[in-house]
Design a protein around this ligand. Structure first.
Ligand SMILES: *[C@@H]1O[C@H](CO)[C@@H](O)[C@H](O)[C@H]1NC(C)=O
Ligand SMILES: *[C@@H]1O[C@H](CO)[C@@H](O)[C@H](O)[C@H]1NC(C)=O
Ligand SMILES: *[C@@H]1O[C@H](CO)[C@@H](O)[C@H](O)[C@H]1NC(C)=O
Ligand SMILES: *[C@@H]1O[C@H](CO)[C@@H](O)[C@H](O)[C@H]1NC(C)=O
Ligand SMILES: *[C@@H]1O[C@H](CO)[C@@H](O)[C@H](O)[C@H]1NC(C)=O
Ligand SMILES: *[C@@H]1O[C@H](CO)[C@@H](O)[C@H](O)[C@H]1NC(C)=O
Ligand SMILES: *[C@@H]1O[C@H](CO)[C@@H](O)[C@H](O)[C@H]1NC(C)=O
Ligand SMILES: *[C@@H]1O[C@H](CO)[C@@H](O)[C@H](O)[C@H]1NC(C)=O
Ligand SMILES: *[C@@H]1O[C@H](CO)[C@@H](O)[C@H](O)[C@H]1NC(C)=O
Ligand SMILES: *[C@@H]1O[C@H](CO)[C@@H](O)[C@H](O)[C@H]1NC(C)=O
Ligand SMILES: CC(=O)N[C@H]1CO[C@H](CO)[C@@H](O)[C@@H]1O
Length: 811
């Protein structure tokens, strides 16, 4: 199977190349001169994944300069993985059309440019070897080899590290440099822009190498794991031109590179992303924008930073200070200031006025930063570098501008920006643990009601305030028009046309029916027709915008919405393989005959592990990485969708925000699905916390391993009334020590389960993690971030307590 697939792949890759021009398996003295003008002459690796040859330096192909490069054959975007360069400077070697690459009798490979005169030539680049090993070839990992392995391009990486490539030398000094030359990875560990450090490899451990299955091996720390670890993919780690270090894997079908890991999550913390004077503002999870502060503008050259429109005397008599909330420069108050340029003076002032006076007295002070609260700080800036906006700064910057400046200030009252990144939490009090007397229950319910009422009034008031500001803000920053920004609004007629009059029903969820459709641009979409959604059109728009901003590899993307009259619909990307329950529990109990397109394939253990890890990461993102947390409240296999390659996508998140307030009070009754609800939620009717999601995830994790419904299993087996899935699993793991009994019997039957150490370690990790998630007491359960780490194997899993609470559900 795999062999056949691989050979099809090779054919696919080779065909277009064969049609194009001369291909060589190796290049030697006998092959004569190789010139850039032989544009179709390439050196290819045996399996045909890689090619080397001359490529134009600029994308236009004019200007006549060429590089000697290695690239991945037939992949969609820029696929250069190496080019000839001078090791110390990292500058690419470039030659013109008449330059020549050849190997002489002494075994010396040289690339020479035609010089001014007829006989003189300029040496560009050369390699030495003994005469009888002077062959240049390209191996199947993408390394150029010369001199019988004496020289390999893997020892001199540019911006890319391939699988099986180790960091060169001892990993000391600069090991990777972005192609634009602005960013570098120093000592295989620290990312720098110039001398300013902005990120370390996780655990501040140097990177050693990238393995073929997608782990980054670190020196003295646990490895970092790609989201598609284990899949057979071509992979590359690249220091991109935006300063982020990303791991990509090549999707075999589409030949597109997909990001499967990245070092910096918040792009605005990368030094040098915006020019001097500009302020970086994050937008969603993976984009940013650079804006000028008031009194500043961008001169004609659009690329550069921002400069003052007019200058003040510096004597302090014709200037004023403009406050910009949540703005900091040069690393600000966020981390210890890394300020190699010496643009920041750190003072301990008496108060804000003191800080201002000191800045005003100093003619080189262009702004000052002030941090309020306990640890007061005053920073005087002599140059505005690396400005960014983030609520995490807890500081304001006061910018010095001419007194006559009338620019509107876009950096005040920007608390609404926080909401647009992630939704706000509805804080509920945690009632006392014991004492379930009726009186106490009534007290709790009354308290909940009061809090709800208060929260309702407050959020409505906040909403009125923020909504008008938000629209203005969005317009200012151009968010309305960015694809990564707000979701698109569709009319009812558009969606009716897209779904062929709502004819292709593909699902029925807690919030309404889901139809498949196709947009005019041929994108496949899933349209969810909501019912029971309260609130006006404007509120709906605001909430949907928030949901659309939550971006994660493992969350279903929302593209738009419809709010015509009473209709409320959401438009999502269409995830082709349907939901996980279909694969875990066979056709499913309610399988209608229309879906009898054959049995769904059996998921192997490895795929199951990847699914579990992806889901854990997505929920951890919802809980922890958003500025404020979001609960899912309904994690179950039906809400986990699978892509072509079984990459999981969590759906139905954030929707509880859309339900009307009245329904929210009784949310614990209407949300959640029997079998997946945490005991404290069902029995004590306690408010929902993030730990309830952890419990549901634990249940799903057990189901993923066992291929059985937690409550379905109860009926057809043991039969004793205190039978409880987690308890049974616990006994198998920790008492009987027969973890293999938990594994889906179909996997064992199909002999798809290799009884090797690695597989049983994976299963053990999944089951033990589930045991921690399923703890009776919410405070015993780990956070979702910890759960993801437990699954990855980057933290040790100790023995948990046996889960005992068996929830009898009354529905
Ligand atoms: C290279 O191949 C292209 C088509 O793939 C062809 O048009 C072109 O003439 C070829 N160039 C040379 C120098 O053979
Ligand atoms: C090279 O240039 C010299 C004079 O600079 C000339 O005598 C000679 O013929 C030229 N050789 C060729 C091959 O053009
Ligand atoms: C190759 O050998 C020549 C002569 O032995 C020497 O001058 C040159 O520096 C060497 N080049 C490299 C890249 O080692
Ligand atoms: C050439 O190769 C032979 C064996 O392949 C080896 O014994 C010999 O030493 C090599 N000669 C040189 C000059 O490297
Ligand atoms: C290709 O060469 C590099 C460098 O010598 C080596 O690390 C790698 O293992 C080789 N790959 C294969 C497939 O032989
Ligand atoms: C990658 O690094 C790990 C850990 O340092 C090491 O055990 C392994 O041999 C390395 N693999 C390669 C191909 O260099
Ligand atoms: C890297 O270089 C530093 C100083 O140049 C040296 O102290 C350190 O031992 C080197 N590390 C390795 C692994 O060689
Ligand atoms: C990276 O790690 C080094 C050494 O542990 C530390 O000095 C430096 O401050 C760290 N830099 C960042 C940006 O975290
Ligand atoms: C601030 O926003 C206003 C509109 O509200 C806009 O006209 C102005 O250009 C913005 N200023 C900057 C510096 O972006
Ligand atoms: C003025 O500010 C600059 C930079 O903030 C600082 O280096 C300098 O020492 C200050 N001068 C005085 C007199 O405080
Ligand atoms: C045979 C094959 O898959 N060739 C592909 C090479 O890439 C181009 C564009 O990416 C595709 O159109 C070809 O199908």
């Amino acid at each position: 199977m795999a062999m056949a697939a691989a050979s099809v792949l090779v054919l696919v890759v080779l065909l277009p190349a064969l049609a194009a021009g001369q291909q060589m398996e190796s290049f030697s003295a006998n092959d004569g001169a190789w010139r850039p003008s032989d544009s179709n002459r390439t050196l290819v690796s045996k399996k045909g994944d890689f090619a080397a040859g001359f490529v134009p330096s600029s994308s236009q192909g004019q200007g006549g300069k060429f590089r000697f490069a290695v690239w991945v054959v037939n992949s969609s975007d820029d696929s250069t993985v190496w080019y000839a360069h001078d090791p110390p400077s990292y500058a690419a070697v470039e030659g013109d059309e008449r330059s020549v690459l050849s190997i002489d009798a002494a075994g010396r490979l040289s690339w020479t440019g035609a010089g001014g005169g007829n006989s003189s030539t300029t040496p560009l680049w050369s390699l030495n070897s003994s005469a009888n090993a002077s062959v240049l070839s390209l191996n199947d990992s993408g390394s150029l080899l010369y001199g019988g392995g004496g020289w390999s391009s893997f020892a001199q990486p540019t911006d890319t590290l391939m699988a099986l490539q180790a960091m060169p030398g001892n990993g000391n000094g600069t090991t990777l440099t972005s192609r634009n030359g602005r960013f570098k990875l120093v000592n295989s560990m620290t990312l720098q822009h110039g001398e300013s450090m902005y990120a370390n490899m996780t655990g501040a451990a140097p990177l050693r190498n990238l393995t073929a299955d997608g782990t980054l091996q670190l020196n003295g720390a646990n490895p970092l794991i790609a989201s598609d670890k284990g899949a057979l993919r071509l992979r590359r780690l690249r220091l991109d031109d935006d300063g982020n270090l990303r791991l990509y894997s090549l999707q075999p079908r589409t030949r597109q590179w997909r990001v499967v890991w990245q070092l910096v999550q918040e792009l605005c913390t990368i030094r040098g992303v915006c020019g001097d004077g500009a302020i970086c503002v994050p937008q969603g999870a993976d984009s940013k924008t650079c804006v000028c502060p008031p009194g500043y503008h961008r001169p004609q050259a659009a690329e550069g930073g921002c400069v003052p429109k007019r200058s003040y005397s510096g004597k302090g008599d014709d200037d004023k200070f403009v406050r910009m909330d949540f703005v900091a420069f040069s690393g600000g108050a966020l981390t210890s200031v890394s300020d190699p340029g010496g643009y920041v003076t750190n003072l301990t002032p008496q108060n804000l006025g003191d800080c201002e006076t000191r800045c005003r007295r100093n003619s080189s002070c262009v702004a000052f930063g002030y941090k309020f609260g306990g640890d007061r700080a005053c920073l005087l800036y002599s140059r505005l570098v690396d400005g960014y906006w983030s609520p995490a700064t807890e500081a304001s910057t006061y910018l010095r501008v001419v007194a006559s400046d009338r620019d509107s200030n876009n950096f005040t009252g920007m608390t609404s920006m926080i909401d647009t990144v992630c939704p706000v939490r509805l804080a509920l009090p945690v009632p006392p643990k014991q004492g379930r007397t009726a009186i106490r229950n009534i007290a709790i319910i009354t308290a909940l009601f009061a809090v709800e009422l208060l929260a309702g009034v407050l959020s409505f008031w906040a909403f009125l305030r923020k909504y008008s500001q938000y629209r203005e803000m969005a317009r200012t920053l151009g968010l309305e028009y960015l694809p990564a920004g707000g979701p698109r609004r569709f009319s009812h007629a558009e969606l009716k046309a897209a779904t062929k009059d709502f004819s292709d029903l593909v699902g029925r969820g807690a919030y309404g029916k889901v139809y498949r459709g196709e947009l005019p641009d041929r994108r496949a979409v899933a349209v969810k027709q909501l019912h029971g959604v309260g609130g006006g059109e404007a509120e709906f728009w605001a909430e949907v915008t928030i949901i659309a901003r939550m971006h994660h590899l493992n969350l279903v993307r929302m593209w738009g919405f419809c709010a015509d009259k009473d209709q409320r619909m959401l438009v999502y990307e269409y995830v082709p393989n349907g939901s996980l329950d279909k694969y875990l529990f066979g056709g499913g109990e309610e399988a209608d005959s229309s879906s009898s397109r054959g049995k769904p394939p059996l998921l192997d253990l490895h795929t199951r592990y990847r699914i579990a890890l992806g889901v854990a990461r997505a929920i951890a993102y919802l809980h922890e990485e958003c500025l404020e947390w979001v609960l899912h409240c309904d994690i179950k296999p039906e809400n986990i969708l699978l892509e072509d390659d079984f990459c999981p996508k969590v759906s139905d998140f954030g929707l509880s925000k859309l339900t009307s307030k009245k329904e929210k009070v009784t949310m614990s009754r209407i949300r959640g699905t029997r079998g997946y609800m945490a005991p404290e939620w069902v029995i004590h009717r306690e408010p929902i916390t993030a730990k309830a999601d952890v419990y549901s995830f634990g249940m799903v994790l057990l189901e993923i391993v066992s291929g059985r419904r937690n409550y379905g299993f109860r009926q057809d087996s043991v039969g004793s009334e205190d039978w409880y899935f987690p308890k049974w699993a616990f006994e198998k793991v920790y008492v009987e020590r027969r973890i293999e009994d938990i594994i889906d019997p179909r996997i064992v039957q199909a002999e798809a389960y290799d009884d090797d150490a690695a597989s049983s370690a994976t299963v053990e990790r999944m089951v033990k993690t589930a045991m921690w998630c399923l703890q009776d007491r919410a405070d015993m359960r780990p956070s979702m971030g910890k759960v993801a780490k437990m699954l990855e194997g980057t933290v040790e899993i100790t023995d948990p307590v046996k889960p005992t609470i068996f929830c009898v559900q009354d529905d």
